[in-house]
Design a protein around this ligand. Structure first.
Ligand SMILES: [Zn+2]
Length: 117
């Protein structure tokens, strides 16, 4: 059942979970100073870190299918590069299965559902 795409998107959503925890404990909340986040690419062995301001990170997190990754870490079979910045890139999961899985596991969507009920 779990094919390679599910595993790879799973790697990205795990990194997102780590970043969500770090986002709650930022060295430099707000402003133009960057914070360290982990690369959210689909490579489970990737140990890269990227630097974004909290605002940049929040812009990525506003969409459940968007991820922040190190430059050149996109997987063309799963990711569409939306923007390349000096120190990181923003990708969107391709439509269909990868995007659905990314959205279904979005911790912020789960939080909104909990608040609503
Ligand atoms: Zn990476």
């Amino acid at each position: 059942m779990a094919d390679w795409r599910e595993r790879e998107v799973g790697n990205e959503t795990r990194s997102r979970d780590i970043n969500e925890i770090e986002d709650a404990n930022l060295e430099h909340p707000g402003g133009s100073t960057t914070n360290r986040y982990v690369c959210e690419c689909s490579d489970a062995s990737c140990m890269a870190t990227i630097r974004l301001t909290q605002d940049e990170y929040e812009q990525v997190r506003a969409n459940g299918a968007h991820f922040a990754i190190a430059l050149d870490h996109e997987n063309p079979e799963l990711d569409l590069v939306l923007a390349e910045h000096e120190a990181f890139a923003v990708v969107r999961k391709l439509p269909g299965f990868p995007a659905r899985l990314a959205r279904a596991s979005d911790p912020r969507v789960a939080a909104r559902v909990r608040v609503a009920s």
